[in-house]
Design a protein around this ligand. Structure first.
Ligand code: HEC
Ligand code: HEC
Length: 492
C-alpha cells in the first residue's frame, strides 16, 4: 500500500484558525492507493477496495479547498485546469479572473466574490416573478450588484473530492446573472430554427437531464445516432461528447444549435433572433458587453456548471466511513470535527445503504467487478475513452474516439459516463442499446463483446445472481437530488 501525506502548506492554504492544532491524526491528504491491512490509519483492514480516502478537518464551508489539498492522487482533467480552491482565499485578494471575460462594460466588472455551494437552489430559481420575464424585471435584476459578483463555487459532499478537476472557470467565471441568462437559453426553444427544440428537449431535468429515447430526437422528429448523455456534473469535465470532440463546455454548447438534426439553426440566425428579443439583448449587454455565438455558449456553459448532484446514500455512507472510527479524544478539542462527525452519523442513519448495495459497493470498487477501473473519481467517471464492445457487432460500428484521435486503438472507444443518477437515465450506452441496469450488468458479466479493440479491463466476471443484483442496488444508491430549476420563466 502506498500512503502519502500531503501537507496543507504545499497547497498554499492560509495560516489561520483553520490550521489544525497539534493532534494525533492530521490526515488531510492521506491517499490510500491500494488496499491492505497494514494501515495504522483509520481504514478497514479487510477492504479490497481502491479508493481515495479524504480525511480532513476543515470548516464545512471549505470542502473544495480541502478536496484540492487531497486530490493530488487524482489526475486533473487537463493541464490548464486551475482549481479555484487552491487559490488562497485571503480577503485582501479578490479572485479576479486571470483572463478577463470580455472587453466588458465597466458596470459589468466583477465587484465582489461570493462563495456558494453548487446545488444551492437560488442559483437556478430564475429572475423573481412569474409568467414571462419582462424587460423591467430584467433591469431590476441586472441593477443588483450581487448578481454580478464572481461566484467561487464549492462542490457538495461526494463531488467535493473532484475539486481539482474543475475546469473552465478561469476563462468563463460564474456570476448569478450569467448563470440565469444561461438558464433561459437552455430552456428556450427559440434557439432552434422552428422554435420547437431546446437543450432541455434532450437533456430534461424531469428525465434525469437526459431523454429516455435510445438516441436524441431533434427538429422535425429527426433521430440522431447517439444517446443523449446527462448534462449535470459537467463542471468536473473538460472534454465533452461521447468521443470528447469538444474540448470545453462552451465549445459543446453551440454545437447543437447548428446541428441540422438537433436544433437545425445557424449561429448567425440565432444571434440575430436573440438580438430581436429586448430582454435577451439587455442581459447580454450587461453580462458580456456583446451578443455573439461565443457569448451564448459561455452563458449556457455557466448554467450547466451549476447543475450538480447532491449527496446520495453512497456519498453519505462514504463520509461516515471516513469519520466513524474517530473517538471521543479525537473529537474533544475540535468542535468543527465533532460537528461533522455527528452530522455524518445522522445522515448515514437517515439514508442507509441496504445490505445489498453495501455488497455491491465492494464488488464495484473491488477486483470482482473492477468497475472502478473506469468509473472512478468524484463523478465515478475517469474522463477517458474505452471500448467495452457496444455496437461492435454492427456492419459499420461507430468509430467513437478514433474519429477524433485517429489512433486505431481508440476504435469503438467512448467516454466513460458517470454512474451518478444512472438509475434515472436509461436507456444506456452511446447508442442507447441497453434498456436496464440489470442488462448492463449482464453485458459486463459476459465480458462485453469480443472485438480487436476491446479494453483489457473488460473480462468475464462470473458473478452470481445475487452479486449482479447487488451491483444494481449499489448503482441505485448512487442517486442524489439535482437542484430545483425554474424551467418556465423565459424572456417575453
Ligand atoms: C436532439 C437532441 C439534443 C439537443 C436538442 C441537444 N443535445 Fe446535447 N447531446 C445530445 C446527444 C445525442 C449528445 C451526444 C452526442 C455525441 O456524443 O456525439 C449530446 C451531448 C451533450 C453534452 C456532452 C455531455 C458529455 O458528457 O459529454 C452536453 C453538455 C450537451 N449535450 C448539452 C446540450 C446543450 C447545452 C444543448 C442546447 C444548446 C443541447 N445539448 C442540445 C442530444 C441533444
Ligand atoms: C474499461 C472501462 C470500464 C469498465 C471496467 C466498466 N465500465 Fe461501465 N462504461 C464504460 C464506458 C466507456 C461506457 C460507455 C460505453 C459505450 O457507450 O460504448 C460505460 C457505460 C456504463 C453504463 C451506462 C451508463 C450510461 O449512462 O449510459 C453503466 C451503468 C456502467 N457502465 C456500469 C458499469 C459497471 C457496473 C461496471 C463493472 C461491472 C463497469 N461499468 C465497468 C467504461 C467501463
Amino acid at each position: 500500500m502506498s500512503l502519502s501525506v500531503v501537507s496543507r502548506s504545499t497547497v498554499g492554504r492560509r495560516p489561520s484558525a483553520t490550521q489544525p492544532r497539534a493532534s494525533a491524526w492530521v490526515l488531510a491528504g492521506v491517499v490510500l492507493t491500494a488496499a491492505c491491512g497494514c494501515s495504522g490509519a483509520r481504514t478497514k483492514p479487510t477492504e479490497e477496495i481502491v479508493e481515495i480516502e479524504t480525511i480532513e478537518r476543515l470548516p464545512a464551508e471549505e470542502p473544495a479547498a480541502a478536496a484540492a489539498a487531497t486530490a493530488t492522487g487524482q489526475q486533473p482533467a487537463s493541464t490548464d485546469t486551475k482549481p479555484i480552491a487552491s487559490q488562497p482565499a485571503t480577503p485582501a485578494t479578490p479572485a479576479t479572473p486571470v483572463v478577463p471575460v470580455a472587453p466588458v462594460a465597466p458596470a459589468a466588472a466583477p465587484i465582489a466574490e461570493e462563495k456558494v455551494t453548487l446545488g444551492d437552489p437560488t442559483l437556478t430559481a430564475g429572475i423573481p416573478g412569474s409568467g414571462k420575464v419582462t424587460v423591467e424585471q430584467v433591469e431590476t435584476w441586472l441593477g443588483d450588484p450581487r448578481n454580478h459578483a464572481v461566484l467561487n463555487p464549492l462542490l457538495p459532499l461526494g463531488l467535493a473530492q473532484g475539486a481539482a478537476q474543475i475546469s473552465g472557470l478561469d476563462k468563463n467565471p460564474l456570476t448569478r446573472a450569467k448563470v440565469e441568462l444561461g438558464r433561459q437559453l437552455y430552456f428556450d426553444t427559440r434557439l432552434s430554427a422552428d422554435s420547437t427544440v431546446s437543450c432541455a428537449s434532450c437533456h430534461d431535468p424531469a428525465s434525469g437531464y437526459t431523454a429516455h429515447t435510445p438516441t436524441g430526437v431533434g427538429i422535425g422528429g429527426q433521430k440522431g445516432g447517439r444517446n443523449s448523455p446527462v448534462s449535470f456534473n459537467r463542471i468536473l469535465s473538460a472534454a465533452q461528447f461521447w468521443d470528447g470532440r469538444a474540448d470545453s463546455l462552451e465549445a459543446q454548447a453551440v454545437g447543437p444549435i447548428a446541428n441540422p438534426i438537433e436544433m437545425g439553426f445557424t449561429h448567425e440566425g440565432v444571434v440575430e433572433r436573440l438580438r430581436g428579443i429586448p430582454a435577451y439583448r439587455r442581459q447580454f449587454d450587461k453580462v458580456f458587453g456583446e451578443l455573439t455565438i461565443d457569448r451564448i455558449g459561455q452563458a449556457i456553459a455557466a448554467f450547466e456548471r451549476v447543475l450538480v448532484t447532491a449527496p446520495s446514500p453512497y456519498d453519505v455512507g462514504e463520509e461516515w466511513r471516513r469519520l466513524q472510527s474517530l473517538d471521543a479524544d479525537d473529537l474533544a478539542d475540535d468542535p468543527e470535527l465533532a460537528r461533522r462527525h455527528s452530522a455524518a452519523k445522522v445522515a448515514a442513519a437517515a439514508q442507509p445503504l441496504s445490505e445489498s448495495a453495501a455488497r455491491g459497493r465492494e464488488i464495484f470498487f473491488g477486483t470482482k467487478g473492477n468497475c472502478s477501473a473506469c468509473h472512478v473519481g468524484a463523478n465515478l467517471a475517469d474522463e477517458k475513452f474505452h471500448n467495452i464492445g457496444i455496437g461492435m457487432d454492427r456492419p459499420e460500428p461507430d468509430p467513437g474516439r478514433f474519429a477524433v484521435s485517429k489512433d486505431t486503438k481508440d476504435t469503438g472507444a467512448f467516454k466513460t459516463p458517470t454512474v451518478r443518477n444512472v438509475a434515472l437515465t436509461g436507456p444506456y450506452m452511446h447508442d442507447g442499446s441497453i434498456a436496464t441496469l440489470e442488462e448492463v450488468v449482464e453485458w459486463y458479466d459476459k465480458g462485453g463483446h469480443a472485438n480487436p479493440f476491446l479494453s483489457e479491463k473488460v473480462k468475464p466476471l462470473k458473478l452470481s445472481a445475487e452479486e449482479k443484483a447487488d451491483l444494481v442496488a449499489f448503482m441505485q444508491a448512487c442517486t442524489g437530488p439535482t437542484p430545483t430549476v425554474e424551467t418556465g420563466r423565459l424572456p417575453e
